[in-house]
Design a protein around this ligand. Structure first.
Ligand code: NAP
Ligand code: GDD
Length: 343
């Protein structure tokens, strides 16, 4: 029998790659998208899969909407990727973030419990839960210490997933995913902001890239690898919590330096703190400046994950190195600017 998957947030970065992966495995993909005045299909279009998805209007903060859709389709698997996913925005919109990222998973879990108890459930948890890290590297047993309204809301999403698994015997898994990026990454996240802006500088359209805390360290992998891990979690006979990460960490400064090198910019750094600048060694032009506006009220300084459990359970490991990821994103944006189609 054909398997079906409901993906919430199907038009986001992970939703697009996951839909592509499940379609390649023969799944019927039901794509949940919240209503907007101008529906946004650019990622699905870029992957060439828009027409293969059955779209349904689904806002995860609306409990009755969730129950209607789950009852109607009774999907084999439900992947909850929908979220207000930008940490910075959660400081400005904490209540909405709580609705989407906290109530959202609860609404879906309750919908499955009452209307489709055989459906398996994936919750998009996050390394942001570790926040002010209590252990290096972080694993499934590292205590959480959230540092933003986003992380606090996701903490509820994580524990309510564990609760429904333990209380009702549901096949509900939580993927604690470290940062994963791609050419389909949203433009406000630091990696894509860097590659888009540097590409624009390299083509002579922009002068300068403004960044915040360039000393922050992240464990960055390729999103295409991570969605395969989500799928594998739901194929296991028992549900659980799994870290997906590369076990490597790099600063924002390193990401920018390598991205620049793929655009013909030889970036060197000078000065300290808010006065630090990134200069193109060849031209002497200042191409990166620090701007206080991009610092967060409370920061996550360092993330480094160990995916040993996922590797032992289902053989997951990342296939794309940090250097390959930066190159892939830099080249994609350089080409997009050249073609005049920068998203
Ligand atoms: P993304 O590109 O921002 O996609 C989020 C998706 O959620 C978008 O399709 C968005 O729709 C949708 N959405 C937002 N609020 C919604 C609501 N109330 N109801 C229904 N849909 C809603 O994020 P991503 O990078 O793909 O991440 C996917 C999930 O993994 C998120 O839950 C994120 O928090 C989590 N996560 C991501 C990472 C990472 O590094 N990428 C790491 C750990 C966890 P619009 O297009 O209308 O905004
Ligand atoms: N966005 C942004 N813009 N971040 C900047 C900037 C800037 O100009 N300058 C420095 N940073 C720093 C941030 O302070 C943060 O420490 C780091 O770059 C990464 O920021 P983001 O790319 O916005 O990602 P994030 O780590 O906060 O959150 C992402 O990863 C989480 C998993 O750890 C998101 O995808 C979350 O949804 C996800 O849960």
């Amino acid at each position: 029998m054909t398997k079906s998957a409901l993906i919430t947030g199907v038009n986001g970065q992970d939703g697009a790659y996951l839909a592509q992966h499940l379609l390649s495995l023969g799944y019927r993909v039901i794509g949940g998208m919240r209503r907007s005045s101008t529906p946004n299909f650019w990622r699905l279009d870029e992957l060439g899969i828009t027409r293969q998805i059955e779209f349904v209007p689904l806002d995860v903060s609306d409990a009755s909407n969730c129950t209607d859709i789950v009852r109607r389709y009774k999907p084999t698997e439900v992947y909850n990727l929908a979220a207000q996913s930008f940490v910075e925005a959660s400081f400005h919109q904490p209540y909405y973030t709580l609705e989407a990222d906290g109530s959202g998973p609860l609404n879906l879990l309750e919908s499955i419990r009452v209307a489709s108890p055989e459906s398996r459930f994936y919750q998009a948890s996050t390394s942001e839960l570790y926040g002010k890290v209590q252990e290096i590297p972080q694993t499934e047993s590292t205590p959480f210490y959230p540092r933003s309204p986003y992380a606090a809301a996701k903490l509820y999403g994580h524990w309510i997933t564990v609760n429904h698994r333990e209380a009702y015997g549901m096949h509900a898994s939580s993927g604690i995913l470290f940062n994963h990026e791609s050419p389909l990454r949203g433009p406000e996240f630091v990696t894509r902001k860097i590659t888009m802006t540097l590409a624009s500088i390299a083509h002579g359209h922009t002068d300068c890239l403004m960044l915040g805390n360039i000393n922050a360290k992240r464990d960055w992998g390729f999103a295409g690898d991570y969605v395969k891990g989500m799928y594998l979690m739901l194929q296991q006979s028992s549900p659980g919590d799994f870290v997906l990460a590369t076990n490597e960490t790099h600063t924002v400064r390193e990401f920018a330096t390598i991205a620049a090198s793929h655009m013909g910019i030889d970036l060197i750094w000078d000065g300290e703190g808010l006065k630090e600048i990134g200069v193109d060694r060849k031209t002497g032009a200042t191409v990166v400046k620090i701007d206080e506006r991009f610092f967060r009220p409370s920061e996550v300084d360092l993330l480094l994950g160990n995916p040993r459990k996922a590797n032992a359970a289902f053989g997951w490991k990342p296939s794309t190195s940090f250097g390959e990821l930066v190159e892939m994103m830099a080249k994609a944006d350089y080409d997009r600017v050249a073609r005049g189609v920068l998203q």
